[in-house]
Write a protein that binds this ligand. Sequence first.
Ligand SMILES: [Cu+2]
Length: 331
Amino acid sequence: MKGNQLTGKRIPSLATLAMTGALLCTFGQAEAKTVNVEMTAVETEVVIDGKGTKFKAWTFNGQFPGPVVRVTEGDTVHFTLINLPTNSRPHSMDFHSAETNFLDNYSEVNPGETKEFDWVAKRPGVFAYHCGAFPMIQHIARGMFGAVIVDPKDASSMPKADREYVLVQSELFTKDPDDVQGMFDEKYDHVVFNGGVFKYDPVHATQGGDFLQAKPGERVRFYFVNIGPNRFSALHPIAEIWDDVWPTGTPANRMQSVQTQVVGPADGAILDMIVDEENIIPIVTHSLTDALRGAIALLEVKKDAEELPLMPFVTPSAATTPSVATQKSHH
Ligand SMILES: [Cu+2]
């Protein structure tokens, strides 16, 4: 699948091999590399529904959610966070995929300043990232979050997917984005996948909404992150059953025949579904007050399904060109 994210090259040059030193690679496994990921904190308006409703967001790269970071187990990520001088607040980055010194690396970056740090993608799975600047509940509620996919070094540790989507669930507080007490009191207006109210549900959306698509028989893989800030997700495919679920996306965690997967705030899961015949499968958080506030995605299964990006219908980052060119292999 081609997405609005960039995937690092799998084959490093000899120079990279020499530089990273690493590499106890066996045949058929991806080789470790260094990947540069740069993000810019951008306080900007984003559109949250098909009617064009604007939301005063805080974002990474102007994108809501932020760009998908995709690396392979063993890779080193060299991360740069730029806080624009025009921004009003400090921002920061917390990668749940990293095990690192958070006091040094996850500290706040003031407007006009830049921070760089490295982390190693030691564990495969799907992880949240988010801004952790004070008050964190507000920085998450206003949109500073996204997903990291760490593909397993040994690709055979999971069945091969025919099609892949990333869904990030979050709550939207649209009445007053500076009402932090309202965020503590859970006075959210919407719950959304990938930043849009019924973004993938043209039935419930009063305007807009686009189906996710798949072909009959395809193994469709969902990389799911729930960033909250407060609500648990109960992810359920109506009239289907998840064939395989990997909590946190860890290959060793394989569960089979799961009706509803609970994913708490700032957790993730990889969920696979194979739909045998043409159908429309609603994917919902079965916490129904949240589903009916916007967290329903319709997977249209049809023989002539189109290819779609990893995170469909999310406006790519404005901070970089082309596409989301924030992620580059180092070689
Ligand atoms: Cu922030």
